[in-house]
Ligand binder design. Structure first.
Ligand code: UDP
Length: 254
């Protein structure tokens, strides 16, 4: 990595100062965490795959008119993105019961929901990302009511589009998490999709076998984590180009 100023280090990514004002570089690490940092590990090649997968999905979403922070991929592990003010709210969209929803209501994982559910969580490691309502978001000033309307309608549109995209390659989009940011263009403020969309923050199940193809393989020690991420990239038609040391092993780039 070239010498440059690190602005922030998260669990799966590092953010560096970008080459031009108003841009930052997202570096995708192989580090994986779960259960609010209580479980830690490394998934070899994950950063490379997530960089590619997220690039692909962000470009698809831009094509249908969703504004995103994505500018371009720079190399195997880095992408250039617009610098945004992150709204401290995680937006979770669910189509099928799984994970914390299954636990909270003691429902079997895999139950289809009669309609998509949107949930909000406050981004705070110290507080363990508590679930919040729209009232908390507007009362505490994390987003205004019009911003929240925009976030909600963009999230549902993204869900519709991505559900169809994944279904086309034999994958069910069970649930996923999005983050949004504010971007100033002249005097105008826009809400844009930020962060990443990858198997780290989506639940993806094979349509035929219901096999998990996402971070649950790491969370639940199911094994073959890299292989699952790779299979998602392969089905999207975007396996990364090879690079020294980045994707070791003979069977990773077939
Ligand atoms: N998710 C995420 N980051 C979080 C919490 C959840 O990316 O901090 C994603 C997760 O991968 C899943 C969806 O949001 O696709 C719903 O997660 P859930 O609330 O079921 O929590 P979990 O079971 O992951 O703790």
């Amino acid at each position: 990595m070239a010498k440059r100023r690190k602005l922030y280090e998260g669990k799966a990514k590092v953010i560096f100062e970008g080459p031009e004002p108003g841009t930052v570089v997202q570096y995708f690490k192989d580090d994986a965490t779960a259960f609010n940092n209580k479980k830690k590990g490394t998934i070899t090649g994950k950063g490379v795959l997530n960089n590619r997968i997220s690039e692909y999905l962000m470009l698809c979403l831009q094509d249908i008119g969703i504004p995103t922070h994505f500018v371009r991929r720079l190399n195997m592990r880095e992408q250039l993105v617009r610098e945004v003010e992150i709204i401290p709210v995680e937006v979770v969209i669910r189509n099928i019961v799984a994970g914390s929803l299954a636990k909270r209501f003691d429902m079997p994982e895999g139950t289809p929901l009669p309609r998509s559910i949107v949930e909000y969580y406050y981004k705070s490691d110290e507080l363990d990302d508590p679930m919040i309502s729209e009232e908390h978001i507007t009362a505490f000033g994390w987003a205004t009511p019009p911003e929240l309307d925009e976030i909600m309608s963009m999230s549902l549109r993204i869900n519709d589009y991505l559900s169809g995209l994944f279904l086309g390659i034999g994958i069910r989009l069970v649930d996923f998490k999005l983050e949004f940011g504010r971007l100033w263009d002249e005097d105008q403020m826009h809400i844009v999709l930020a962060d990443e969309i990858s198997p780290d923050n989506c639940r993806l199940w094979d349509v035929k076998t219901s096999e998990k193809m996402d971070k649950d393989r790491f969370r639940r020690d199911l094994g073959d984590v890299e292989e699952a991420y790779q299979e998602v990239a392969r089905r999207l038609g975007i396996l990364p180009e090879s690079g020294p040391g980045d994707m070791p092993g003979p069977d990773t780039l077939q």
